[in-house]
Design a protein around this ligand. Sequence first.
Ligand code: DC
Length: 216
Amino acid sequence: MRVIALDGPAGAGKSTIARLVSLKVGMPFLDTGAMYRGIAFAVLRDGIDQHDCDAVGKLARLTELELEDDALLVDGVDVTSEIRSNDVNAVVSVISAHSPVRSVLRDQQRLWISSHNGGVVEGRDIGTVVFPDAILKVFLTASPLIRAARRVAQSGGDTARVAESIAQRDHLDTTRLDSPLRPAEDSIVLDTSEMTIEQVVEAIARLFEDVELRMK
Ligand code: DC
């Protein structure tokens, strides 16, 4: 399957870059973080205990997620802005550590990609677990301070608080047992701290061209 896997921690610039790469290479874009955020939203909506693995897993199976361009519908309701709230930020890494949730969303991600004939997929475990055969795997990273500053520039807030929330999520995402955040062995690690968005997009597009040439 023609998949570009873009993984990395919060604030590394994945969403912006994945969107631009998808336009440049003419492949659809899948934001898997938005899917985990959709389930986190449903957990808060229904008042379910975020630590109750079985209850959250059951909810993930029953919840309908629809991704349309940049919008996310949860059970038919547009929650595109709600899924970026501090409340969702506070629970999303806990609920995404539950294996039943990961299994449901992994299946949906694979289905989405096969029905779209490939795509640019952004997440934490795309190159390691969801699409281990992706034709290009890039792990985007940047220093914690720069990542916090980027999030503040994007969505506002206090830099120290945002940095703390990112550090907490990094910790949960890298130490969970099921598909922790880490670069795949065959991924290309790009530290974007000192790079502009255009430079990163250009670098990935060039890597993709090389891969396509080699595949011909
Ligand atoms: O990329 P993001 O900040 O929107 O992701 C939100 C959370 O979802 C992140 O803290 C961990 C989880 N996530 C995951 O576990 N696996 C993915 N493939 C994508 C996101």
